[in-house]
Design a binder for this molecule. Structure first.
Ligand code: ADP
Length: 514
């Protein structure tokens, strides 16, 4: 475990009486500790640059943290390479790695309150949602990765007598990982879970907006038994730290989640350095296609609004386009507007809050820019969300009707609570509209007609398509099955057995002769 004097842990739950001020008091006592975590220890950056972090719920300063540098990346990669080569992790029996990662999952749950508070303060995530990530989503995903560690099997092929060939998976080496800010602890697990389970060592650069829970995770990994230097974290800017990772000649594989523009830059940087393979998850503009035979318009409205406000709309797989059959459009739109207008953003540190501020002033400005562009282009805001200009990045949901396919609000990822409504008459039209952006991440289809659900699911170019007639969305299965984005949404599989294969490389061993 880290011997760092400011290693941060909240008092256990039993030691306190929960009241409405608990989180605010706890927030005031967080010993912010944003530095590099390399070779099992915190260390200052080689650069003197610092980053001031703003609390998006107040727009007041939260802390000033260290900003990593390319030299820090070089130091971290060097350590990660030497730990990879000495086999302290890559040559452990996979079941042993699974045991350690499962212990890490338990430690995340045990530290859920401190992790949740870091995420909530840095990006304004409602505290209960942050707790859900720390107690459920992140450890569940990590346990799933751990469970696959000893199941990445190779094959053997029928050969002539006297010959034998088989293939097997080897870890790739040093994995560079770059993550965004929308689900800080979960995004970190999405990268380190499969990478470590497969036997790699890792250098992670979390988003400059939300580095703290990744650093806490690195502390906990040591406590769980991950050897020093196997999992390193270098906080800092994308343009310096992220670019240094992408350009480093000794990084074997680069895994990224973020914007398409950055993903494409990373491909160039890979090409300019050692041609490292990449895994890119680059967002979406996902359609929710609703046919007139749905069981319940109210159930669809509930689901559409839930997706609109979940994580304040800052979700790459958010259904930001409603593609609805003409006949039921008015009824559905009215139900959506009624529900969406009830969602007013509130203090993220209140246990009752389900909808908080956006993650940063820049994000608030971005959403405002898109809403203005939509109105200027002639879209009709049937619900126009209030955008608070100062003292907190609070933005209420906006719903646009009468959009046209070429509008920026239809084509580009806004990353905020903004919904565009598009209508269709025929199944073919629905498919064309659903496929009518550069993205291809996820899609949902609402119909009671099985054949139609199957046809449309096959025709939509997205990696994960849900066909629904009702019920509650169960995202758990996606973790296990693994899928791959299409088009500008990226490529490569993150989770499940295929996820571990992404972080591995295949070798054939061929014996000839007796
Ligand atoms: P978002 O708009 O969701 O923040 P970005 O693609 O800008 O998406 O950022 C996602 C991650 O990529 C962050 O960790 C960010 O620091 C990093 N990043 C941004 N620009 C670059 C870059 N030029 N090179 C490497 N990493 C970058």
């Amino acid at each position: 475990m880290s011997t760092d004097p400011v290693a941060y842990r909240l008092p256990p739950k039993e030691d306190r009486a929960r009241d409405s001020t608990y989180w605010h008091q706890a927030a005031a006592s967080v010993p912010w500790n944003v530095r590099c975590f390399i070779n099992g220890r915190y260390r200052a950056s080689s650069s003197r640059e610092v980053l001031e972090h703003i609390n998006p719920a107040s727009e007041r300063s939260l802390y000033v943290g260290c900003c990593g540098s390319p030299d820090d990346v070089a130091a971290a990669v060097q350590v990660a390479r030497s730990r990879f080569n000495d086999g302290c992790w890559s040559e452990l029996p996979p079941v042993k790695r699974a045991e350690i990662l499962t212990r890490l999952a338990d430690l995340i749950v045990r530290n859920k309150e401190s992790i949740a508070l870091l995420d909530s303060l840095e990006i304004g995530k409602p505290i209960q949602a942050a707790l859900y990530d720390a107690e459920n989503s992140a450890p569940t995903l990590l346990r799933s990765c751990a469970g696959f560690a000893d199941k990445v099997f190779g094959l053997s092929a029928p050969m002539s007598s006297g010959a034998l060939a088989f293939n097997y998976y080897e870890p790739r080496g040093v994995v560079g990982a770059i993550t965004p800010w929308n689900f800080p602890i979960l995004n970190a697990i999405y990268k380190i879970g499969p990478a470590l389970a497969a036997g790699n060592t890792v250098v992670l650069k979390p988003s400059e907006l939300s580095p703290s829970s990744a650093l806490k995770l690195a502390e906990l990994a040591l406590e769980a038994g991950v050897p020093d230097g196997v999992f390193n974290v270098v906080p800092g800017l994308g343009s310096t730290v992220g670019a240094a990772l992408a350009l480093h000649p000794d990084v074997s594989f680069l895994s990224f989640t973020g914007s398409t523009a950055t993903g494409r830059r990373l491909m160039e940087m890979s090409g300019r350095s050692n041609g490292k393979p990449l895994l890119l998850e680059c967002g979406g503009k996902s359609p929710q296609v609703v046919f007139e035979d749905v069981e319940s318009v109210d159930a669809v409205a509930d689901a559409v609004v839930q997706s609109l406000v979940f994580n304040q709309g800052q979700v790459c797989s958010a259904y930001t386009r409603l593609v609805v059959q003409q006949k039921i459009k008015d009824k559905l739109l009215a139900a959506i507007v009624e529900r969406a207008s009830n969602h007013k953003p509130a203090d993220p540190l209140n246990d009752a809050t389900t909808f908080g501020p956006l993650a940063s002033p820049a994000q608030r400005d971005r959403v405002k820019r898109y809403v203005d562009q939509g109105i200027a282009a002639g879209a009709v805001p049937v619900l126009k969300g209030r955008i608070q200009e100062s003292g907190g990045c609070f933005v209420s949901p906006t719903v646009f009707d009468r959009v046209t396919p070429s509008m920026s609000i239809v084509q580009e990822e806004i990353f905020g609570p903004v919904l565009c409504v598009q209508t269709f008459r025929t199944e073919e039209e629905a498919i064309d509209i659903a496929n009518g952006t550069d993205f291809g991440l996820v899609a949902a289809i609402w119909t009671r007609t099985t054949g139609r659900g199957r046809r449309v699911a096959q025709a939509i170019r997205a990696g994960y398509v849900t066909v629904r007639s009702g019920g509650v969305e169960d995202s758990g299965s996606g973790c296990v099955l693994g899928h791959e984005p299409r088009k500008a949404s990226g490529f490569g599989t993150e989770a499940g057995l295929r996820g571990l294969e992404s972080y591995s490389t295949l070798k054939v061993v061929h014996f000839i002769g007796r």
